[in-house]
Every structure is written in C-alpha cells, then in structure tokens.
Design a protein around this ligand. Structure first.
Ligand SMILES: [Zn+2]
Length: 85
C-alpha cells in the first residue's frame, strides 16, 4: 500500500503568530523538538521516516515536516520546497 504524502507546514509572522498551520496534533511536539537543522527523523509524533526543517527571516519563520520520499531523499529538494512555503 502506498503511503499518502503528507506535507505539514507552520508559518509564523514576525510576531510569532501562526498564519498557515497544517500540523496535525502529533506533529506539534515535532515542531517543538526540532533544532532548526534540516534532518531526516523518525521522532516525529507520526510514524515512519520523515524530513523536517525550518527557516526564519525578519518576516517570520517556516517549519516544514513531510514524508514525501523525494524530499526525504534529497535535502536540496527539501530546502527548495521549504523556501517556497
Ligand atoms: Zn513532524
């Protein structure tokens, strides 16, 4: 059975207010636990292998966690997606 691709995104503005929030409940701890580096992890609240990372600027911050196999495979692709969030 094919796993459905999930893309979890949390965008905050410069005040720390969430403007886009598609994180399911189990991924909240993931967002709290991650250290800012782009990494492959199995410690998301959701089962399986995922890639997560974040980036921030003066405009705010973006956190992105996904089980998309292409993005787990390639941190370059992941970072490109992250930049486009
Ligand atoms: Zn997660």
């Amino acid at each position: 059975m094919r796993t459905e691709i999930e893309r979890h995104i949390l965008v905050k503005d410069s005040q720390g207010v969430a403007v886009v929030d598609t994180l399911p409940e189990p991924c909240r701890a993931c967002e709290m636990a991650h250290t800012g580096v782009v990494e492959v992890t199995r410690s998301c609240g959701l089962p399986g292998k995922r890639r997560r990372g974040s980036q921030s600027s003066s405009h705010g911050s973006v956190f992105f966690c996904t089980n998309d196999p292409d993005l787990i495979e390639s941190s370059r692709l992941f970072k490109r997606e992250l930049a486009g969030c």
